[in-house]
Write a protein that binds this ligand. Structure first.
Ligand SMILES: Cc1ncc(COP(=O)(O)O)c(C=O)c1O
Length: 382
């Protein structure tokens, strides 16, 4: 049965690739397919495309082209930043939070030398806690949270990290295309991005690493990317990422305004029409695309299934393993109870989201929550 509507409100998970980006990538699959390390003309063509992409990205990030390391995405970039800078091994810990994406938090936990910074009820760490730490090799703090949308004002944290002799890394994945990315203004030493979060292709990303940052390769082999990341470059994806980042920059104001308008309609609709719902994350310092809630008495994985049947695609922070969901680590770290942390729902708008989409999605959520709560009430009575 075809669904009446199909509304994608999961842009924090991934975005569709911009057709302009697809178009610019195509010749690099079939015509300019050479291996960029080959010395012949086919190789040189591909190498030139990669170096042009690096320069264009350098302009957007306000850094040297040589400070851009191409990777397969932000999971790899985060691993390179953490493992690659901690491998120098002087016993000083990495300082991070439990609200980071697992590509940071699980990596830090596995490294072992880790200290966890507390976060407040919006998911924000405090500069004072960084300043109070006697020493660290690396401070890693996300620019914007993927689950609750809260933004960190990075410059103060970068300064505090430098004061305690640490490098400062940020996972800027959710900020890509939605927040300023000038690495000098942000004061960061390293920054991770994934192209598919800003209308670029999946499977490609980058790590910006300031000149002079001591990094060790975590993937060895050929001497690609100044010996920091072995493996044949994915030329089409790199070319596509550069254009996607440029478009996100040139269209920045228009995009942010449009996203924020849809997000606000969504938040207002949900909070005004559904009782016992709370917005999670910061009320104003949040991503323009991002709405997230805890909904009393409505486990999010159940909601997701019902919403999907109504044609609305959303997501939750609780990992659902074989029908036995686990509460979101992020919400737990922010002080929510395990029961509340099972009800975290994320709805993230995109450039093609319309006002009519929001109206439909809010209606669908109202109906779904009523239905799920009714079932809960019946079970409680029985
Ligand atoms: C904040 C954050 N960091 C890292 C990642 C990992 O990105 P990728 O899966 O593209 O490697 C994600 C993906 O959702 C994310 O939201």
């Amino acid at each position: 049965m075809a669904l009446a509507r199909s509304i994608y409100l999961d842009h924090s998970a991934t975005t569709p690739t911009d057709p302009r980006v697809v178009e610019v990538m195509l010749p690099y699959f079939t015509q300019h397919f050479g291996n960029p390390v080959s010395v012949h003309q086919f190789g040189r063509q591909a190498e030139s495309a990669i170096e042009t992409a690096r320069e264009r990205i350098g302009q957007v990030l306000n850094c040297l082209p040589s400070e851009v390391i191409f990777t397969s995405g932000a999971s790899e970039s985060n691993n390179l930043a953490l493992r690659g800078s901690m491998r120098a091994g002087d016993q000083r810990p990495v300082l991070t939070t439990r609200v980071e994406h697992h590509a940071v938090s699980r990596t830090a936990a596995e490294i072992g030398e880790v200290e966890w910074l507390p976060v407040d009820s919006w998911g924000r760490a405090s500069v004072e806690d960084v300043e109070r730490t006697p020493s660290a090799r690396l401070v890693s703090l996300m620019y914007a949270n993927n689950e609750v949308g809260t933004i960190h004002d990075l410059a103060g944290f970068a300064e505090a990290a430098h004061e305690i002799g640490a490098y400062f890394h940020t996972d800027a994945v959710q900020a890509g295309g939605q927040l300023p990315l000038d690495v000098n203004a942000l004061g960061v030493d390293m920054l991770s991005l994934s192209a598919h979060k800003f209308y670029g292709p999946k499977g490609v990303g980058l790590l910006y690493a300031r000149k002079g940052v001591e990094l060790h390769a975590i993937q060895t082999g050929g001497s690609h990317e100044r010996g920091l990341r072995a493996g044949t470059h994915n030329t089409p994806l790199i070319v596509g990422m550069a254009l996607a980042l440029e478009l996100a920059t040139t269209e920045y104001e228009f995009r942010v305004k449009q996203l924020a308008a849809r997000r606000d309609e969504l938040i207002d609709g949900v909070l005004s029409r559904i009782p016992d719902v709370r917005l999670t994350g910061h009320p104003t310092e949040r991503l323009p695309s991002h709405a997230s809630f805890v909904i009393d008495g409505a486990e999010s994985n159940t909601l997701l299934m019902h919403l999907d049947l109504l044609g609305v695609a959303a997501s939750s922070g609780s990992a659902c393993k074989t029908g036995n969901p686990e509460p979101s680590d992020v919400l737990l770290a922010m002080g929510y109870t395990p029961t509340e942390a099972l009800t975290g729902l994320r709805l993230t708008v995109g450039l093609s989201t319309t006002q009519a989409d929001i109206e439909y999605a809010v209606d669908a959520l109202v109906r779904t929550v009523e239905k799920v709560r009714k079932v809960r009430d019946r079970m409680v009575i029985a």
